[in-house]
Design a protein around this ligand. Structure first.
Ligand code: C2O
Ligand code: CU
Ligand code: CU
Length: 505
């Protein structure tokens, strides 16, 4: 019996035996990392020929919106179906994808603090369970789309929760079914969830533009190929970073304006170190909402998988500039490391004369309370293991020496208890650490005995833990139930780098 998290490489083709998870059936005869001229997939996918080129330079589209069906103030109601659809990323090529309500990546849900939300989810994905996980949002554990609460193919369930005061922030949602999360996300299932405050201190004149980053790989025939061994080890890096579903779209702005952007890293595994050419950014918020005060003069930001940022950019001089990626080394196992620097993600055309100055950004945005002293300190150590057995090479991912088991509770906690979690990464790759059900505060990072305190106070639900680093966070769960914590490289999550905390009332 082969453990479902163990991958076997056997000669040129990797074969999985006795796998219960259909996700793994994607791997039958998967291309080997570093092999030139990939072989045909198990379903006859032709992997020969050049990867299709996506068109660039189209005007940036707004994210499609999920329309609120409720006419009552303070309530948001809608249906959300996960279903197969056909996308046309390249003229003349049809790409089978998964979508919410048949819309492109990033379907935006926008609600307001205090709203009651009711979403009826329909799983229309043939033969696969799914869920909707409300990433980063303070929802009850049994409404959070945990792997323990699958929605079977063909069935519906309602997710209901209330957005408490103070929960305004930049969230997202995606499937979380055991063994299927990675593939459902890279096939297209992820959306933005913006919770607006009742009174927003950020001037409305800046606009509020979500930039939802996803990662697309297309086979020559237009289909999305399954994960390779290199993808499973390193996390899947696609060939094209899309912004709101488009490759290198064009945004037109007038000189002298200031724009607010919400950045979402909804890729499976891509680290995005971003820069807006010569225009410095001002960070105004993180995953869980606004900072206490703006942090100005930022030249580049690292957005690890699943992280979000709320920023303001000043566009002064007319001309053309670009949002690009800069080099960032997150570690890589084996060959075939994709080049992920100097990509142009979006082009911005700044036109016209500089008009009168944009309204100023307030110096105080909100108050973020301290969590106070920790009652408990817990340690989490990431692990990867490559080994050999009779059949070939094996690969496993751990937290504290064990792979995820849905039927095991890894630790017990208490509602309202402040805890310090220390996440240590002695492995070869960076792993972005995420906790469900709450927002935490990054306290410090330790490397070779040197402690660096967090640069500013912020609410986060995902934090990158770089190779050789230990990250200290403070958190408190305010609602009881089972909560997941895991690496948000979705292939690592799926291969066992996840645990369960049982929060007792
Ligand atoms: Cu986006 Cu379990 O998370
Ligand atoms: Cu989550
Ligand atoms: Cu990881």
């Amino acid at each position: 019996m082969i453990d479902r998290r163990t991958f076997l490489l056997n000669g040129a083709a990797a074969i999985i035996g006795a796998s219960q998870a259909r996700a793994q059936s994607d791997m039958d005869s998967m291309p080997m990392p570093g092999m030139d001229g990939m072989q045909s997939g198990h379903d006859g996918m032709d992997m020969t020929g050049a990867a299709p080129e996506l068109p660039e330079g189209e005007e940036l589209r707004e994210l499609p919106r999920l329309v609120n069906q409720s006419s009552q103030a303070g309530s948001f109601e809608a249906n959300l179906n996960a279903e197969p659809a056909t996308a046309r990323f390249v003229d003349g090529l049809e790409t089978p994808v998964l979508s919410y309500n048949g819309r492109g990546p990033g379907l935006l849900i926008e609600a307001t603090e205090g709203d009651k939300v009711s979403i009826v989810f329909g799983n229309r994905i043939p033969d696969e369970p799914s869920t909707i996980h409300w990433h980063g949002m303070p929802v009850p554990a049994d409404q959070d789309g945990n792997p323990m609460d699958p929605v079977a193919s063909g069935s519906d369930r309602q997710y209901a929760f209330e957005l408490p005061e103070g929960s305004a922030g930049t969230y997202w949602y995606h499937p979380h079914p055991h063994g299927f999360t990675a593939q459902q996300v890279y096939r297209g299932l992820a959306g933005a969830f913006v919770v607006k405050p009742k009174n927003d201190p950020i001037p409305a004149a800046y606009g509020d533009t979500p930039l939802f980053f996803t990662d697309l790989r297309l086979a020559p025939d237009g289909r999305i190929p399954p994960n390779t061994m290199a993808d499973l080890m390193n996390g899947r890096i696609g060939d094209n970073v899309l912004v709101n579903g488009q490759k290198n779209p064009m945004l037109n702005v007038s000189a002298g304006t200031r724009r607010r952007f919400r950045l979402f890293n909804a890729t499976n595994a891509r680290f995005l170190r971003l820069s807006f050419a010569n225009s410095p950014m001002t960070i105004i918020g993180t995953d869980g909402g606004l900072l206490e005060e703006p942090v100005a003069g930022i030249q580049d930001v690292l957005l690890a998988p699943a992280e979000r940022l709320d920023i303001v950019v000043d566009f002064q001089a007319p001309g053309t500039m670009a949002l690009t990626t800069m080099p960032y080394d997150h570690g890589w196992m084996g060959g075939g490391k994709p080049s992920d620097e100097s990509l142009t993600l979006m082009t911005i055309k700044v036109s016209g004369e500089s008009k009168e100055a944009a309204p100023p950004l307030p110096t105080a945005l909100r108050n973020i309370p301290d969590l106070g002293p920790a009652a408990v300190t817990r340690k989490f150590v990431f692990g990867e293991k490559m080994g050999m057995n009779a059949s070939g090479m094996t690969m496993d991912f751990f937290i504290n020496g064990v792979s995820f088991d849905m039927n095991r509770v890894d630790l017990q906690s208490k509602v309202g208890q402040v805890e310090r979690w220390e996440i240590e990464n002695p492995t070869d790759m960076d792993h972005p650490f995420h906790v469900h059900g709450t927002q935490f505060q990054l306290i410090d990072r330790t490397r070779n005995g040197t402690i660096t305190p967090a640069p500013y106070k912020a609410w986060k639900d995902t934090v990158n833990v770089a190779r050789g680093e230990t990250v200290g966070i403070l958190l408190r769960q305010d609602r009881p139930g089972l909560r997941m914590y895991h690496c948000h490289i979705l292939e690592h999550e799926q291969l066992g780098m996840m645990g369960v905390v049982d929060v007792k009332a």
